[in-house]
Ligand binder design. Structure first.
Ligand code: PNS
Length: 168
């Protein structure tokens, strides 16, 4: 029978373009469940990102500076291979609404098929963040809406530098 590893390491993967307070809530809660949490930014996504991987990692590092057991990294290729490389047996993902479920189920089952020893664990998004996504934050900001309280202050500052608010 397999036993629990002495040191539980989890990967929290994502695009994080940019990090939101929803991601941060998941990091805060997830970091209490494991010995080490590696927040991993996907490189070479098919999506056209607003921020480079380095910029996203910088914003993440600033945001998680207060968590002793959280580190920030990036990965290319298969997530499960990165997990194995880092000796992680858990993948942490958040679920906001039913609409997230189908994609998350596909990924979790594919990842399990690729590496059965890596388990995906889901946390429900906090109710205050269940509507929040990086894409919505960028859209609302671009159209002049108020995003304070939705992202860390440093992210809001970088959005101001990067996006010109559209005038009607
Ligand atoms: O924040 P996102 O964009 O929902 O994160 C998606 C992510 C990074 C978890 C997913 O795209 C991923 O794991 N990509 C790595 C490639 C991979 O392993 N694909 C096969 C698993 S389905």
């Amino acid at each position: 029978m397999n036993s629990k590893p002495a040191h539980v390491v989890a990967i929290y993967p994502g695009s994080f373009d940019p990090i939101t307070n929803g991601h941060l809530d998941l990091i805060a809660r997830g970091s209490k469940l494991v010995d080490r949490l590696i927040v991993a930014v996907l490189q070479n996504s098919e999506k056209q990102p607003l921020f480079t991987v380095e910029e996203r990692m910088e914003m993440l590092c600033e945001a998680v500076a207060g968590y002793a057991n959280v580190e920030v990294s990036s990965f290319g290729g298969l997530l499960v291979d990165f997990a194995a490389e880092r000796n992680a047996h858990l993948i942490l993902r958040g679920i906001r609404a039913i609409s997230d479920y189908e994609f998350e189920l596909q990924m979790a089952l594919m990842n399990r098929r690729l590496r059965p020893d890596v388990e995906t664990v889901f946390l429900m998004a906090g109710e205050a963040h269940s509507f929040l996504s990086s894409r919505l934050v960028k859209d609302v900001f671009r159209l002049g809406g108020n995003i304070s309280g939705l992202v860390p202050a440093s992210v809001e500052r970088r959005l101001k530098e990067r996006i010109t608010v559209e005038e009607n």
